[in-house]
Design a protein around this ligand. Structure first.
Ligand SMILES: [Zn+2]
Length: 392
């Protein structure tokens, strides 16, 4: 049923384009734009927003700046359909039927392609990856993952080899979302360096975790009242829900701490998130702290904060059913689950765990070895990135 409905939406768009009766417009979401303002600007009924439940209203605050959305209009210029992505799995869908406009959230249709990139470096690893894949996020992720072990400026020679085994979401024929590097290899001066993704984190060939990005818990809490989910089917309401952060239930006034070193890039009111702070960290990471009662005195835009610094206090501002901290984590402007990143030390796999790891990486070693001999050309995809690449 669901698949049929989604298929119908796609067919609707395609038929519209074919017969020229409708027009499909693709736009980029304005920075700082709210959903309410969007409805207003497009002369859509504001009750589409006001009738949403608290969770879905909050979700509209998650529409990422510069993300691409589609509007379908008929020949009279009347809006027939709108699709706006929130997170990597769901999209807000506005449609029209006899009784007027309606709104719901529907899954984003994508497929995941497993790809292997193999190349000899001609200029720089970063530039070569982009040239061959059109994928800025892949180039960033690759270079960042080797940051601690390789100096790409000094150690890399022309002709050095690299292999990346990765998964990439493809949506409407374009690359979409963060690529997941499963395994990779760089050869410099005859030495092969490997990195593998294992249980959501990067390890080298010895089973030692590669220092990545670690967060500390942003506040002391009584319990986690809502977990992170890209897409959850609500069995009673028969709708999809998403929650792009972790909710920590805590008393009003509990101090909220910066989860890592960074620069405050936002401190103010943000739609359903109420009083909200956003901090930018290294490697394309950002953290978000919402529903705060108030900010700590020195906190304002542009301020650098250290991990653990008190930045605000738990409250219930914005759309909130009770005092809690909504804590979000973003990589390259895509929400990701903070639970995998809240950690104090890096781990070294020992004993049984190490054995399992060494078994796990065998298939990747084999794939990398084959790639190095076969030199298969990679199919280049166009890009859906709504995010400016980190400048090198
Ligand atoms: Zn929340």
């Amino acid at each position: 049923m669901r698949i049929l409905k989604n298929l119908f939406i796609i067919l609707f768009i395609i038929s519209g384009m074919l017969f020229g009766s409708t027009k499909l417009i693709e736009k980029k979401w304005e920075k700082g734009g709210t959903f309410l303002k969007f409805l207003e600007n497009n002369k859509l009924p504001l009750k589409l927003y006001y009738n949403l439940n608290v969770g879905d209203k909050e979700l509209t605050s998650e529409i990422a700046a510069k993300s691409r959305y589609q509007i379908l209009k008929d020949s009279n210029g009347t809006i027939k359909q709108v699709l706006i992505p929130v997170g990597e799995e769901l999209q807000i869908h506005i449609g029209i039927h006899k009784n007027g406009y309606f709104i719901n959230t529907i899954p984003i249709i994508y497929k995941t392609k497993y790809k292997i990139l193999e190349t000899s470096i001609t200029s720089s690893a970063y530039k070569d990856i982009i040239k061959l894949t059109n994928n800025y996020l892949l180039a960033n992720e690759f270079v960042q993952s080797y940051k601690k072990s390789i100096n790409f400026k000094r150690d890399i020679r022309k002709g050095d080899k690299l292999v990346i085994v990765y998964a990439q979401k493809i949506r409407l024929g374009r690359q979409f979302g963060n690529p997941l590097i499963e395994a990779s290899m760089v050869e410099t001066r005859g030495v092969k360096h490997y990195i593998y993704r294992y249980e959501g984190r990067y390890y080298n060939a010895e089973g030692k975790e590669i220092a990545g990005f670690f967060l500390s818990a942003p506040c002391r809490y009584r319990r986690i009242s809502d977990r992170f989910t890209y897409k959850r089917w609500h069995p009673l309401l028969h709708i999809y829900r998403a929650h792009l952060g972790i909710d920590y239930a805590a008393s009003v006034g509990t101090p909220v701490h910066a989860a890592a070193n960074g620069k405050v890039i936002f401190a103010g009111k943000k739609g359903g998130y109420g009083n909200c702070i956003i901090i930018r960290h290294i490697d394309g990471y950002k953290t978000l702290y919402a529903h705060l009662r108030k900010f700590a005195r020195s906190i304002r835009r542009g301020k650098y904060v250290k991990k653990g610094k008190t930045i605000g206090y738990v409250g219930t501002t914005g759309l909130s059913t009770g005092p809690h901290l909504h804590f979000g984590l973003y990589k390259n402007n895509h929400a990701i689950n903070p639970a995998n990143t809240i950690k104090v030390t890096k781990s070294i796999l020992n004993g049984k765990k190490r054995k399992a790891f060494l078994q796990y990486i065998k298939k990747y070693n084999k794939e990398i070895k084959i790639a190095l001999t076969k030199h298969k050309k990679l199919e280049k995809e166009s890009n859906f990135a709504f995010y400016m690449p980190i400048k090198k």
